[in-house]
Write a protein that binds this ligand. Structure first.
Ligand code: URA
Length: 246
Protein backbone atom coordinates (compact mmCIF):
# COMPACT_ATOMS: atom_id res chain seq x y z
CA UNK A 1 0.00 0.00 0.00
CA UNK A 2 1.19 3.50 -0.77
CA UNK A 3 -0.23 7.05 -0.62
CA UNK A 4 -1.82 8.08 -3.92
CA UNK A 5 0.26 11.26 -4.22
CA UNK A 6 3.51 9.39 -3.56
CA UNK A 7 2.58 6.73 -6.13
CA UNK A 8 1.85 9.36 -8.77
CA UNK A 9 5.05 11.26 -8.01
CA UNK A 10 7.10 8.03 -8.05
CA UNK A 11 5.69 7.08 -11.44
CA UNK A 12 6.74 10.47 -12.78
CA UNK A 13 3.27 11.97 -13.24
CA UNK A 14 4.42 15.17 -11.54
CA UNK A 15 5.86 16.56 -8.34
CA UNK A 16 4.03 15.83 -5.06
CA UNK A 17 2.61 19.38 -5.26
CA UNK A 18 1.47 19.00 -8.87
CA UNK A 19 -0.21 15.64 -8.33
CA UNK A 20 -2.09 17.02 -5.32
CA UNK A 21 -3.48 19.68 -7.65
CA UNK A 22 -4.51 17.02 -10.19
CA UNK A 23 -6.39 15.20 -7.43
CA UNK A 24 -8.15 18.39 -6.22
CA UNK A 25 -9.11 19.12 -9.83
CA UNK A 26 -10.82 15.72 -10.03
CA UNK A 27 -8.45 14.50 -12.76
CA UNK A 28 -7.46 11.31 -10.93
CA UNK A 29 -9.57 8.17 -10.62
CA UNK A 30 -8.85 5.02 -8.62
CA UNK A 31 -10.72 1.95 -9.84
CA UNK A 32 -13.07 4.17 -11.79
CA UNK A 33 -13.96 6.51 -8.91
CA UNK A 34 -12.71 10.09 -8.67
CA UNK A 35 -10.09 10.27 -5.92
CA UNK A 36 -11.10 12.85 -3.33
CA UNK A 37 -7.97 12.75 -1.20
CA UNK A 38 -4.37 12.71 -2.46
CA UNK A 39 -3.34 11.02 0.81
CA UNK A 40 -5.58 8.00 0.28
CA UNK A 41 -3.89 4.61 0.39
CA UNK A 42 -3.88 2.55 -2.78
CA UNK A 43 -2.63 -0.90 -3.67
CA UNK A 44 -0.05 -0.02 -6.30
CA UNK A 45 0.02 -3.53 -7.75
CA UNK A 46 -3.72 -4.01 -8.12
CA UNK A 47 -5.59 -0.71 -8.22
CA UNK A 48 -6.18 0.97 -11.55
CA UNK A 49 -5.10 4.61 -11.41
CA UNK A 50 -6.01 6.97 -14.25
CA UNK A 51 -4.85 10.58 -14.61
CA UNK A 52 -6.38 12.81 -17.28
CA UNK A 53 -7.84 9.64 -18.87
CA UNK A 54 -4.46 7.88 -19.07
CA UNK A 55 -3.67 4.74 -17.10
CA UNK A 56 -0.62 5.11 -14.85
CA UNK A 57 1.38 1.89 -15.13
CA UNK A 58 3.03 0.64 -11.97
CA UNK A 59 6.75 0.22 -12.55
CA UNK A 60 8.69 -0.18 -9.32
CA UNK A 61 12.14 -0.47 -10.87
CA UNK A 62 13.97 1.14 -13.74
CA UNK A 63 17.15 -0.15 -15.43
CA UNK A 64 19.07 2.37 -17.51
CA UNK A 65 22.00 1.83 -19.88
CA UNK A 66 24.17 4.95 -20.09
CA UNK A 67 27.19 5.79 -22.17
CA UNK A 68 28.97 7.69 -19.40
CA UNK A 69 31.15 10.52 -20.66
CA UNK A 70 34.51 11.37 -19.11
CA UNK A 71 34.23 14.08 -16.44
CA UNK A 72 31.05 12.66 -14.89
CA UNK A 73 31.15 10.78 -11.57
CA UNK A 74 29.52 7.37 -11.33
CA UNK A 75 27.52 8.26 -8.26
CA UNK A 76 24.01 9.23 -7.27
CA UNK A 77 25.17 12.47 -5.63
CA UNK A 78 28.33 14.36 -4.86
CA UNK A 79 28.80 16.49 -1.77
CA UNK A 80 31.13 18.85 -3.64
CA UNK A 81 28.62 19.41 -6.42
CA UNK A 82 30.36 17.54 -9.25
CA UNK A 83 28.11 16.29 -12.05
CA UNK A 84 27.04 12.70 -11.47
CA UNK A 85 25.56 10.03 -13.75
CA UNK A 86 22.32 10.29 -11.75
CA UNK A 87 22.22 14.04 -12.53
CA UNK A 88 22.21 13.23 -16.24
CA UNK A 89 19.00 11.20 -15.92
CA UNK A 90 17.41 13.34 -13.18
CA UNK A 91 14.81 15.09 -15.28
CA UNK A 92 13.28 11.86 -16.55
CA UNK A 93 14.10 9.43 -13.75
CA UNK A 94 14.91 11.59 -10.71
CA UNK A 95 11.87 10.29 -8.85
CA UNK A 96 13.27 6.73 -8.95
CA UNK A 97 16.41 7.59 -6.98
CA UNK A 98 18.77 5.50 -9.15
CA UNK A 99 22.35 4.53 -8.29
CA UNK A 100 25.10 3.14 -10.51
CA UNK A 101 25.73 -0.60 -10.58
CA UNK A 102 29.49 -0.43 -10.17
CA UNK A 103 31.98 2.32 -10.68
CA UNK A 104 33.66 3.83 -13.65
CA UNK A 105 36.43 6.33 -12.89
CA UNK A 106 35.70 9.99 -13.58
CA UNK A 107 37.97 9.89 -16.64
CA UNK A 108 36.59 6.54 -17.90
CA UNK A 109 33.76 6.26 -20.38
CA UNK A 110 31.16 3.76 -21.42
CA UNK A 111 28.56 1.34 -20.19
CA UNK A 112 27.09 2.25 -16.83
CA UNK A 113 23.89 0.74 -15.45
CA UNK A 114 21.73 2.97 -13.29
CA UNK A 115 18.90 1.42 -11.31
CA UNK A 116 16.91 1.69 -8.10
CA UNK A 117 16.97 -2.13 -7.69
CA UNK A 118 19.55 -2.73 -4.95
CA UNK A 119 19.49 -6.49 -5.33
CA UNK A 120 20.27 -6.16 -9.04
CA UNK A 121 23.19 -3.81 -8.29
CA UNK A 122 24.59 -6.37 -5.89
CA UNK A 123 24.37 -9.12 -8.51
CA UNK A 124 26.09 -7.00 -11.17
CA UNK A 125 29.01 -6.00 -8.97
CA UNK A 126 29.55 -9.06 -6.77
CA UNK A 127 32.72 -10.89 -7.93
CA UNK A 128 31.04 -14.16 -6.91
CA UNK A 129 28.32 -13.69 -9.52
CA UNK A 130 30.97 -13.69 -12.27
CA UNK A 131 29.34 -11.01 -14.41
CA UNK A 132 32.04 -10.21 -16.99
CA UNK A 133 32.87 -6.60 -17.74
CA UNK A 134 34.79 -5.87 -20.94
CA UNK A 135 36.96 -2.77 -21.30
CA UNK A 136 38.51 -1.25 -24.39
CA UNK A 137 41.83 0.38 -23.48
CA UNK A 138 44.38 2.51 -25.26
CA UNK A 139 47.83 1.91 -23.85
CA UNK A 140 51.26 3.46 -23.71
CA UNK A 141 52.91 0.24 -24.95
CA UNK A 142 51.90 -2.83 -26.95
CA UNK A 143 50.85 -5.90 -24.98
CA UNK A 144 52.95 -9.06 -25.06
CA UNK A 145 52.24 -12.78 -24.81
CA UNK A 146 53.67 -12.65 -21.27
CA UNK A 147 51.13 -9.95 -20.35
CA UNK A 148 48.30 -12.14 -21.67
CA UNK A 149 49.54 -15.05 -19.59
CA UNK A 150 49.97 -12.89 -16.48
CA UNK A 151 46.39 -11.58 -16.80
CA UNK A 152 45.08 -15.12 -17.21
CA UNK A 153 46.83 -16.26 -14.03
CA UNK A 154 45.73 -13.29 -11.90
CA UNK A 155 47.71 -10.06 -11.71
CA UNK A 156 49.27 -9.06 -8.39
CA UNK A 157 48.83 -5.31 -7.94
CA UNK A 158 51.59 -3.08 -6.54
CA UNK A 159 50.03 -3.21 -3.04
CA UNK A 160 50.02 -7.02 -3.08
CA UNK A 161 46.31 -7.41 -3.91
CA UNK A 162 45.76 -10.51 -6.03
CA UNK A 163 43.25 -10.09 -8.86
CA UNK A 164 41.09 -12.89 -10.16
CA UNK A 165 41.87 -14.35 -13.55
CA UNK A 166 41.28 -11.95 -16.44
CA UNK A 167 41.35 -12.11 -20.21
CA UNK A 168 43.64 -9.82 -22.17
CA UNK A 169 43.45 -9.55 -25.95
CA UNK A 170 44.87 -7.21 -28.52
CA UNK A 171 42.28 -4.77 -29.91
CA UNK A 172 42.20 -3.37 -33.42
CA UNK A 173 42.98 0.34 -33.36
CA UNK A 174 43.70 3.10 -35.81
CA UNK A 175 47.23 4.43 -36.19
CA UNK A 176 46.12 7.59 -34.43
CA UNK A 177 44.79 5.62 -31.44
CA UNK A 178 48.02 3.65 -30.94
CA UNK A 179 48.14 0.46 -28.89
CA UNK A 180 44.83 -1.07 -27.92
CA UNK A 181 43.61 -3.97 -25.80
CA UNK A 182 40.43 -5.59 -24.57
CA UNK A 183 40.32 -6.66 -20.93
CA UNK A 184 37.63 -8.88 -19.42
CA UNK A 185 37.29 -8.95 -15.64
CA UNK A 186 34.51 -10.01 -13.30
CA UNK A 187 35.34 -7.93 -10.27
CA UNK A 188 35.67 -4.20 -9.74
CA UNK A 189 38.53 -3.18 -7.50
CA UNK A 190 39.34 0.53 -7.32
CA UNK A 191 41.08 1.60 -10.59
CA UNK A 192 41.48 -2.10 -11.32
CA UNK A 193 42.29 -2.12 -15.03
CA UNK A 194 44.68 0.83 -14.71
CA UNK A 195 46.46 -0.85 -11.80
CA UNK A 196 46.65 -4.19 -13.62
CA UNK A 197 48.51 -2.55 -16.49
CA UNK A 198 50.73 -0.58 -14.09
CA UNK A 199 51.70 -3.93 -12.57
CA UNK A 200 52.86 -4.93 -16.08
CA UNK A 201 54.83 -1.69 -16.49
CA UNK A 202 52.30 -0.28 -18.93
CA UNK A 203 49.85 2.63 -18.68
CA UNK A 204 46.18 3.07 -19.61
CA UNK A 205 45.68 6.28 -21.59
CA UNK A 206 41.98 5.79 -22.33
CA UNK A 207 39.40 3.40 -20.89
CA UNK A 208 35.88 2.57 -22.02
CA UNK A 209 33.59 -0.19 -20.72
CA UNK A 210 31.89 -1.74 -23.72
CA UNK A 211 30.12 -4.84 -22.38
CA UNK A 212 28.52 -6.10 -19.17
CA UNK A 213 27.56 -9.78 -19.03
CA UNK A 214 26.23 -10.65 -22.47
CA UNK A 215 25.12 -7.11 -23.27
CA UNK A 216 27.10 -4.69 -25.43
CA UNK A 217 26.87 -0.94 -24.93
CA UNK A 218 24.38 0.29 -27.54
CA UNK A 219 26.54 1.89 -30.24
CA UNK A 220 23.81 4.39 -31.07
CA UNK A 221 24.18 6.02 -27.63
CA UNK A 222 26.39 9.09 -27.89
CA UNK A 223 28.45 10.13 -24.86
CA UNK A 224 26.04 11.16 -22.09
CA UNK A 225 23.03 9.50 -23.73
CA UNK A 226 21.02 6.74 -22.10
CA UNK A 227 18.00 4.54 -22.57
CA UNK A 228 16.08 1.96 -20.56
CA UNK A 229 17.40 -1.57 -21.02
CA UNK A 230 15.04 -4.10 -22.53
CA UNK A 231 13.75 -6.85 -20.27
CA UNK A 232 15.91 -9.32 -22.21
CA UNK A 233 19.07 -7.22 -21.74
CA UNK A 234 18.33 -6.71 -18.07
CA UNK A 235 17.83 -10.43 -17.47
CA UNK A 236 20.72 -11.68 -19.60
CA UNK A 237 23.27 -9.65 -17.64
CA UNK A 238 22.51 -11.73 -14.59
CA UNK A 239 22.95 -15.45 -15.09
CA UNK A 240 23.54 -18.12 -12.51
CA UNK A 241 26.83 -18.96 -14.22
CA UNK A 242 28.87 -17.86 -11.21
CA UNK A 243 26.83 -19.75 -8.69
CA UNK A 244 27.17 -22.92 -10.73
CA UNK A 245 30.94 -22.45 -10.87
CA UNK A 246 31.29 -22.40 -7.10
N1 URA B 1 39.20 -0.10 -14.11
C1 URA B 1 39.73 1.13 -13.97
O1 URA B 1 40.91 1.28 -13.73
N2 URA B 1 38.91 2.18 -14.11
C2 URA B 1 37.60 2.08 -14.40
O2 URA B 1 36.91 3.09 -14.52
C3 URA B 1 37.07 0.79 -14.54
C4 URA B 1 37.89 -0.29 -14.40
Amino acid sequence: MIRLDRFLANMGVGTRKEVKKFVSAGAVTVNGKIAGDSGMQINEEEDSVVVFNEVVEYKPYVYIMMNKPAGVLSASEDARGAVTAADLVAEEYGHYGVSPAGRLDKDSEGFLILTNDGEYIHKVISPNKHVDKVYFCLLEKAISATDIEAFSKGIVLADGTVCRTAKLEEAKTTEEQGYGALVTIHEGKFHQVKRMFLARDNKVLYLKRIKIGDVWLDKSLEKGQYREMTQQEKDSIITDKGERLQ
